[in-house]
Write a protein that binds this ligand. Structure first.
Ligand code: URP
Ligand code: ZN
Ligand code: ZN
Length: 472
């Protein structure tokens, strides 16, 4: 039992100076001058008490290009916790053959024993036939009411538009939510072939082969399909200025479409891909332009996006050289796989620990965003959209005691040495951060205390979600 005293309790709606009493896994009382003799008292004066972050977009232990993303469901959860995130949602790859249920079993098998924070799953639908169509609603029995489809990665993950339309209609019928990766697979294939034939193999060509215009087009195309299916849609990792305009246009027409962006699209652009170590920034969709950075930032500040996720999918920059992880040496093949060919560089980057730290520093500490808006974008809105509210995403009597005691004054020079991602680089290397988690609780368990880790594999629970997500 904990009594967290004299902090400022922040929810998406309001901030109040109050004490928070935690009993077992739940918040049981919020009020002024609470006293409870049996509780361990923590003084939070001068600190904010935030609901644990929810990151609805991670890829742990994901096989890709003859390697695997370098954080698994333990190391990634631990890094998330150090950044103030207590719930993550990962994407299950659809098995090449067989049933969706087999994919669920595989991902549960990987995650359940390792999970250190609470977690849910979305199901990728990357191959559709009548059997799969019948099986989609059965995902609800597994606690998975959310699907992801792709308009790119031809021959691998992509569905055709008519197939996506069918998925949207099934999702609508069963109150499920479809998420979409919106790029133009055909044009990407064409440009990749052209560039490779011309010997254009540096990382910058990754971005040039995946043009922003065609991502703008894909956002509108997907919104149009959602409109016609009368279904809800969540566009993941939005990355272009034009995409924001398409999102706004569709929402103004009454289409139930929501948008997520990620830290990397706010701060990095093609200049970073042009650096000698540009492979560090390779992910899909790619880094865009400074103009896109600026418009995406404005969209975040002005609530044109509903969620800030991460698309955390890390790889080593140099997977031939070991790093020390929790006292043991480890190296996992990474970006060096594509040193002579950008198409062989595994797509993805580390971010799950960085999200709250970077947003607080750049938006809240500068006065551009209120702490309440910060909580909405990093926790509450995701809880509502993905059917976890009010168990998660808020601080209320009866909600899970997923709490972050946040020190708004703490200054830290950030980088790979401070981050717990299991990889050898951090994109925010050298950034001066203001504001940092001091203590993190998962369902009443103190899992992060300063730099000390008290969490453990198996403490995190699978969140069996029901199809009651909100459109916001
Ligand atoms: O580069 C990325 N984002 N890798 C993960 C897969 C995806 O499309 O989200
Ligand atoms: Zn994606
Ligand atoms: Zn992703």
């Amino acid at each position: 039992m904990y009594l967290i005293r004299s902090g400022t309790v922040v929810t998406a709606e309001k901030s109040i100076d109050a004490d928070v009493l935690v009993e077992g896994e739940k918040v049981v009382k919020i009020g002024k001058n609470l006293s409870f003799t049996d509780a361990k008292t923590i003084d939070a004066s001068g600190k904010f008490i935030l609901p644990g972050g929810i990151d609805p977009h991670t890829h742990f232990d994901l096989p890709m290009f003859d390697t695997v993303s370098s954080d698994d469901h333990y190391t990634g959860h631990k890094a998330a916790a150090f950044g103030g995130t207590t719930t993550v949602m990962d994407f299950i790859p659809q098995p090449d053959e067989g049933k969706l249920a087999d994919g669920v079993a595989e991902w549960r098998g990987k995650a359940d024993p390792k999970a250190a924070i609470d977690f849910g799953f979305h199901m990728n639908i990357t191959r559709l036939d009548e059997e799969i169509e019948k099986e989609i609603p059965k995902l609800l029995e597994h606690g998975i009411p959310t699907l992801k489809v792709f308009t790119a990665y031809n021959g691998k993950l992509r569905l055709e538009d008519d197939e996506i339309f069918r998925v949207l209609k099934i999702a609508k019928e069963h109150n499920m939510l479809t998420m979409v990766h919106a790029e133009n697979g055909d044009v990407i294939e064409e440009l990749v072939a052209e560039f490779l034939a011309d010997g254009k193999t540096d990382p910058i060509w990754h971005a040039r082969s995946r043009p922003g215009w065609l991502a703008v087009e894909a956002v509108l195309r997907m919104a149009a399909l959602a409109a016609e299916a009368k279904a809800s849609l969540y566009v993941v990792h939005m990355n272009t200025a034009g995409g924001v305009e398409m999102l706004n246009y569709a929402r103004q027409q009454g289409v139930r479409v929501m948008g997520e962006t990620c830290p990397q699209y706010l701060f990095f652009n093609e200049e970073h891909l042009s650096r000698p170590d540009g492979a560090k920034w390779i992910c899909s969709p790619p880094m865009r332009t400074k103009t896109d950075n600026t418009r995406l930032w404005k969209a975040l500040i002005e609530n044109e996006f509903q969620v800030l996720g991460t698309d955390h999918c890390p790889f080593f920059y140099d997977g031939t050289t070991e790093i020390d992880y929790e006292g043991s040496p480890i190296a996992i093949p990474g970006k060096e796989l594509g040193k002579d060919d950008f198409t062989k560089i595994p797509n993805g980057l580390p971010a799950v620990q960085d999200r709250l730290l970077i947003l607080w520093t750049r938006a809240v500490s500068t006065g551009e965003m209120t702490p309440n808006q910060f909580v909405a974008l990093t926790s509450t809105n995701a809880a509502k959209i993905f059917g976890l509210y009010p168990q998660k995403g808020t601080i209320a009597e009866g909600s899970d005691a997923d709490l972050v005691i946040w020190d708004p004054e703490k200054k830290i020079k950030y980088g790979v040495a401070q981050s717990h991602h299991r990889t050898d680089y951090n994109l925010f290397e050298g950034w001066e951060l203001i504001g940092y988690p001091e203590k993190v609780f998962l369902r009443g368990n103190l899992i992060v205390d300063g730099e000390e880790w008290h969490g453990k594999a198996g403490l995190g629970k699978f969140l069996h979600r029901v199809p009651n997500g909100e459109f916001i």
